[in-house]
Design a protein around this ligand. Sequence first.
Ligand code: F3S
Length: 388
Amino acid sequence: MDLTPEEETILNGEEGESRQLLMEILVGIGTVFGAEKMVPIRSAQVSGASYKTIGEWGLEWLSGLHARATVPAVLNPVGMDRVRWKEMGIDPAFAEKQHEVLNAYERLGIRLECTCTPYYIHITEYGDHLAWSESSAVAYANSVIGARTNREGGPSALAAAIIGRTPCYGLHLVKNRQPELCFAVEGVPGDADESWFGALGYLAGKIAGNRIPLFTGIRPTRDQLKNLGAAMAATGATALYHVRDITPEARVFKFDTAGLETVPVTAGDVGNVYSREEPDAIAIGCPHCSEDELNRIADYLKDCRVKKPLYIFAAREIISRSARAVRVIERSGAGVYADTCMVVSPALEQYQSIMVSSGKALAYVPNMCGARSFIGTLKECLETACRG
Ligand code: F3S
């Protein structure tokens, strides 16, 4: 790799052992993937924040680093709400270790905003280079914003946060962002909501695998795109997709789609992803809710009292920006939690059957929570919670 004099200085250890070690990680990854240089990043999102996943070894590694982030950086969701963990029924011993992990990240200059929707927190623009970890956030950044990030692991995203650069390969290069297959969608229902696009992504991800899809025949909103990409990243390995006439690169580039494999998808195919069952609990906010989603949930729940456990997840900053909506939701008996989610928190492991409005949660809940999952529309989820 061609390194700048400043990058060479870090690699030679002249700025301390920790920065040298983290630079070695970045150079090692860049060398393996054939990067020719480093590229400065605008922000980082770091996974490996739950004590459940990184354990004692990870905590020790973090505690041994002596450096500070040089770009805005946040964390992926952790195993509990940092403030309301007791209400979530989290074991105090786990909470203590989780706080130690969070303190270690804070000492490294990572903001303790634990969310898979960093795009609601940091200004992120078309063409920005990023080092983000969480698969749905990566899909959103690349596809909906037109920023550029590979799907980073925890250590490489942390290294990028501290060094302020990432190796320039993969999706940082325009030539690697072309569509590789086409989904021709027909008959989108007029009332298709976020869950419908999650169900579409659930199907499409299984077919796309790690290929970059181009969708035709759909006109999703931003929250619907969020759900589409999250589900494809869960059942496949999608880090970038395009929607004709909607997503930024599909408007900027003239893609050569001749010869692309085209897969027809009907409303009936998507409808088959939905099923009916009586759940023990309902969970909404995968990926974390936007302000608009919290407002819509509040509108529905304003005259209701929930009779089944209803969990709603969003970034802490979004919750504080939506104080009125959150008050209305919690008056109904539902819980709005920050920093965590239905998949990474042990709080939902007590249930046998969980209803979700997300294609990603549909895919992950069975393995991660040991419960059956099924998908309904947002309205059906809220109706079910209120009906009891
Ligand atoms: Fe976010 Fe958790 Fe879903 S991290 S995308 S809410 S599985």
